[in-house]
Ligand binder design. Structure first.
Ligand code: THU
Length: 130
């Protein structure tokens, strides 16, 4: 069972590394494996804007490239009063790589909400459709 507070604090730490000089919108994510490992990620922007990668996908790609294939929770942290849910592209990848995991949204003031991927992404396209 993932410790959500720890996951949020790793996401917060990752957010500090965000390269968000175009939007100034810093995001941190942290992905938890059933074996207890945590992979952090931050958003990485660049001058073309369109090649930006969100914090959630950075965390997923880091974990996948380290050989991990199973995940049981993901946290997303921003500095906003309204908590930030993953964008559409991230929902697709979280669904494909993590399935129906809890998505823990949090901000720097300690406001937190947990929502399942099934709720965030109710009618997904995935390998079962191929
Ligand atoms: N962003 C994320 O990293 N994750 C989200 O869930 C929403 C958006 C980033 C992308 C871009 O760098 C900035 O936030 C503004 O959209």
């Amino acid at each position: 069972m993932p410790d959500y507070d720890v996951l949020i604090s790793v996401a917060k730490q990752a957010r500090e590394n965000a390269h968000a000089k175009f939007s100034n919108f810093k995001v941190g994510a942290a992905l938890h494996t059933p074996s207890g490992k945590i992979f952090g990620g931050c958003n990485v922007e660049n001058a073309t804007y369109g090649l930006t990668i969100c914090a959630e996908r950075v965390a997923i790609f880091k974990a996948i490239s380290e050989g991990e294939r199973r995940f049981d929770a993901i946290a997303v942290v921003t500095d906003t009063d309204t908590l930030t849910p993953p964008c559409g592209a991230c929902r697709q990848l979280i669904w494909e790589f993590c399935g129906d995991v809890p998505v823990i949204l949090s901000n720097l003031k300690g406001k937190t909400e947990t929502i399942s991927m099934r709720t965030l992404f109710p009618k997904p396209f995935d390998s079962s459709n191929l």
